[in-house]
Design a protein. Structure first.
Lengths: 151, 151
DNA sequence: AACATTCCCGAGCAAAACTGTCAATTAAAG
DNA sequence: CTTTAATTGACAGTTTTGCTCGGGAATGTT
């Protein structure tokens, strides 16, 4: 039940893009350095993100990627759909083929619902939400440096 | 975000066990035939289920496996824990190591919560629940054979 | 025009995980 | 003592993952 690194990386990268001051393009190289993710691997991910219209690319010096839409309108499920194949817990949920012999499958409904829950949860969180959290945390760090930990 | 066949098979097998009339042991061979799952593969799964005290084994002729506890007390998360490694969507959620560089990780909280939701959902469903559904559906089949589909 | 920067694309590839198989053994019932 | 069936450990084939590499094409700078 693990998400692949593709999904993990893509979400982090998208937050990175949104955190950029002034909405200037962020280069893959920069993200690679900041997030410690292989540069060439990131290229692959951004190719998919672009094809899904989640980011726009700007070529040439000073270029990079920008979010294609307002961060509040980009939810995590869309990002994961873009770079990873599926959020469904079982192959049959996406009508590939039934897992079981002819009869009605006892467990199908469960996996269907589980898939829905996962998607609903991820759809309820946007890049904006994550960015806000990140900023709040940084501010918190400045205000309470003595506590060490933050709630 | 797929569950492995281990998880899928194990849940179906456990329902099989519970559906047995009279609580007699069900052999792996029988389950293999009924659910069309490789016999030797099932052996592996049941070894794990037994080590987790979810089933008890009875050797010799007429032997097989029985649920170790009442079906209502066996939830799906326990079964999946038993045969599969994890329900956590990211490795860092199980305190292996942080995914990110030194700082606080922007996305960690999300994966943590997602993992909780998944576990909560699966923990809310017992083998008994699934068995009841299965029986109701069979009864429904008998009552409304003309509809073909059931809600 | 030359050059540097950056995105773009496709192929390839090693390691891990997944999905099993096989052989040999032990325990119990009849 | 024979048959049934669980128990164990090793191993093999395939798929997926997580990358790398090599070369291009667009764009801005000098
Ligand atoms: S057909 Fe979907 S779980 Fe069996
Ligand atoms: S440390 Fe858990 S997601 Fe980064």
């Amino acid at each position: 039940m693990r998400l692949s690194t593709k999904a993990l990386y893509a979400v982090r990268a998208m937050v990175c893009l949104n955190l950029q001051k002034g909405g200037e393009p962020v280069s893959i190289r920069e993200i690679s350095a900041r997030e410690r993710i292989s540069l060439t691997y990131l290229e692959q991910l951004f190719a998919k993100l672009r094809r899904s219209d989640l980011v726009r690319s700007v070529r040439g010096p000073g270029g990079g990627y920008v979010l294609a839409r307002p961060a509040a309108e980009i939810a995590l499920d869309a990002i994961i759909d873009s770079v990873e194949e599926t959020l469904a817990p079982a192959s049959c949920v996406e009508q590939k083929e039934p897992c079981c012999h002819g009869e009605q499958c006892v467990t199908h409904q469960v996996w269907l619902e589980l898939g829905e829950r996962i998607r609903d949860f991820l759809a309820s969180i946007s890049i904006e939400d994550l960015s806000r959290d990140a900023l709040e945390r940084r501010r918190g760090d400045l205000l309470n440096p003595e506590t060490g930990e933050l709630s």
